[in-house]
Design a protein around this ligand. Sequence first.
Ligand SMILES: [Mg+2]
Length: 219
Amino acid sequence: MPRDSFSHVTTWVFDLDNTLYPPHMRLFDQIERKMTAWVMTNLKVTEDRADHLRATYWRTYGTTLAGLMAEHDVDPMDYLTDVHDIDFSVLSPDDQLARRIARLPGRRIVFTNGDSVYASKVLAARGLSGVFDAVYGVEHADFRPKPEAAAFRSVFAKDGLTPTSAAMFEDDDRNLRVPHDWGMRCVHIAPERGEGDHIHHHSADLSEFLALLVDDSAA
Ligand SMILES: [Mg+2]
């Protein structure tokens, strides 16, 4: 039973993008296009070159922003404000997901590589504003991104989180490596299961997985 594997969990950590909304809502696609446009404009490169640089930064530094900061000394808030200026109407509220998250016993937090202002807009559009105790963005991690250990260290220290009594839900399985190594229960939320022993559970649908963990009766 999945529920037994989570009986020790008192803090529930959720990634935001493509975890608290499904990829088919295509919000992150808008951000991807904004990031490419930002790189084209600010580094004065072609679209192909911008996409190549972004892929390289993602592999090497974890995110486009981390690469831009390391190699081009970019101001992170200027970048974050621009790439998150998107249309949130593609998101719809999910009352059932909200109810399931609210029934998880203990503390519930969001930890995103985006900024927390953006995260709040996503949560509002999904009807999830009221179910979390805290929302942490990359600015709370000194602009270090998941999957870096330093990012988790900063945010977990701020939250007072003990990894061995916490669980993490995340669509980018790279971001479960450190949590796994620190003793967290790791759930990969994605169409396809990632490879590696750092993934304890996989589901294509966050809400369906949470239904296994909580009393799911309507009320
Ligand atoms: Mg994500």
